[in-house]
Design a protein around this ligand. Structure first.
Ligand code: FEO
Length: 399
């Protein structure tokens, strides 16, 4: 069923209720791939859906118009969750021109046989008149890929924002004011942390462009359309872009025989001072998607591992590699863990933190086998030190 955004502007996307793994992103609430049909004197289709769901898209469109009446297909982003349906849609739309950036044309050519496709290349400031409505294009490099762009209809103050402001959230509802605001923002934050976090400076430039627009509605390529909480999602993005820290300490660890686990709990106890939020995360009982999301606004992070075969535990390794790519910044931290006869990979823990430019507040705490009462006291003191640093970082950012 299509959903009306404005009269003759409809959502024609696909709700993927059962997807739980989106290229390693845990989509606990499923996902949607949003496409929009704009019917005017000339009709435009904005984006498509993942390839397996293209029949559903075509079915929705054909309840509204003949595919042959589509004059423009806008490709805001070449990633296959949005472009996968293009080859089939282009076959069904013999009168359509594909509108995208120069880089998008090149990216599509690396995914599909585009030799017969009729491209119209646009750049920031270019427009296309559909009749009463205008499509205006804004290049948004690295939001999320180099070729990405936004499409804007000034007469309706309607922004098609592609991945930006998106959420992986399957629901029968299509608008932000029809669902739990808390759940919506949880998913928007999770999406930002896991998809967009490394591209903050590019997103900041895009936000400057967004600030120039008069916006009544933001229609992203995933999740709910914003019509009532536009200021709130833009404000949230402003904080996420700069990794604005909260007075929050995460203690992230893996453990073999619970020696590192005892140290982690002692650090948590020490960090639990007034005004500081704390969380204890056993990496094998959590997942990378949740960890990255919790990390986004944490000011202090302690990371610990037992040593297994002279290396850190495998899921701690996966966590650090994932974080290295996402580049959460502006944090303070330290490393800890237990070992048997080789401290081996423990040294690497702090190397990863340094590579992220985190402030290392103290030396690594290590324990040979079970931590002694003295080592646990040291862990409590280190937790307190980290919590005080987290308060300081959060206060500095607020001022
Ligand atoms: Fe939803 Fe970057 O694709």
């Amino acid at each position: 069923m299509s959903i009306v955004l404005r009269e003759n502007i409809d959502w024609v996307g696909y709700v993927d209720w059962t997807v739980r793994d989106f290229h390693s992103y845990n989509t606990d609430r499923g996902a949607t791939y949003n496409a929009y049909l704009v019917r005017d004197e000339k009709t435009a289709l904005i984006d498509t859906v993942k390839a397996p769901f293209v029949n559903d898209l075509i079915q929705k469109v054909t309840t509204l118009t003949d595919m042959k009446s589509i004059r423009y297909i806008i490709c805001n982003h070449a990633e296959p969750d949005h472009s996968g349906g293009l080859p089939r849609v282009i076959k069904e739309c013999p009168n359509a021109t594909l509108v995208c950036t120069k880089k998008c044309e090149a990216a599509l050519g690396k995914h599909y046989d585009t030799s017969g496709w009729n491209f119209h290349i646009v750049k920031t400031g270019d427009t296309l008149s559909l009749g009463k409505w205008t499509l205006q294009f804004i290049e948004t490099p690295m939001v999320h890929w180099p070729e990405s762009m936004f499409t804007y209809i000034p007469e309706e103050k309607l922004l098609f924002s592609m991945d930006a402001f998106g959420q992986h959230y399957a629901t029968i509802r299509r608008f932000d004011d029809e669902v739990s605001f808390q759940a919506l923002m949880e998913e928007a934050k999770t999406y930002y942390a896991n998809i967009l976090m490394p591209y903050g400076k590019f997103i900041a430039a895009t936000m400057d462009e967004v600030a120039k627009l008069d916006i009544d509605m933001i229609a992203p390529s995933h999740g709910l359309v914003f019509r009532s909480n536009i200021d709130k999602i833009i404000e949230a993005y402003k904080g996420w872009i700069v990794h604005k820290p909260k007075p929050k300490v995460l203690v992230i660890y893996d453990t073999m025989w619970n020696s590192t686990g005892e140290m982690a709990k002692a650090i948590l106890e020490g960090a639990s001072i007034p005004g500081v939020e704390t969380d204890l995360i056993h990496v094998r009982l959590s997942n990378l998607t949740r960890i990255a999301t919790d990390m986004l606004d944490a000011a202090g992070v302690a990371i610990g591992s037992s040593i297994l075969n002279r290396e850190m535990m495998p899921m701690i390794g996966a966590t650090l590699i994932y974080l290295k790519g996402l580049r959460p910044s502006g944090k303070a931290g330290f490393a800890f863990g237990s070992y048997g006869w080789s401290q081996g990979g423990m040294r690497n823990l702090v190397d990863y933190m340094k590579a992220l430019d985190w402030e290392i507040v103290r030396d690594t705490i290590s324990s040979q086998f079970k931590p002694t009462p003295e080592i646990l006291d040291e862990c409590r003191a280190a937790g307190k030190q980290l919590a005080e640093k987290a308060l300081e970082l959060a206060n500095n950012h607020a001022n």
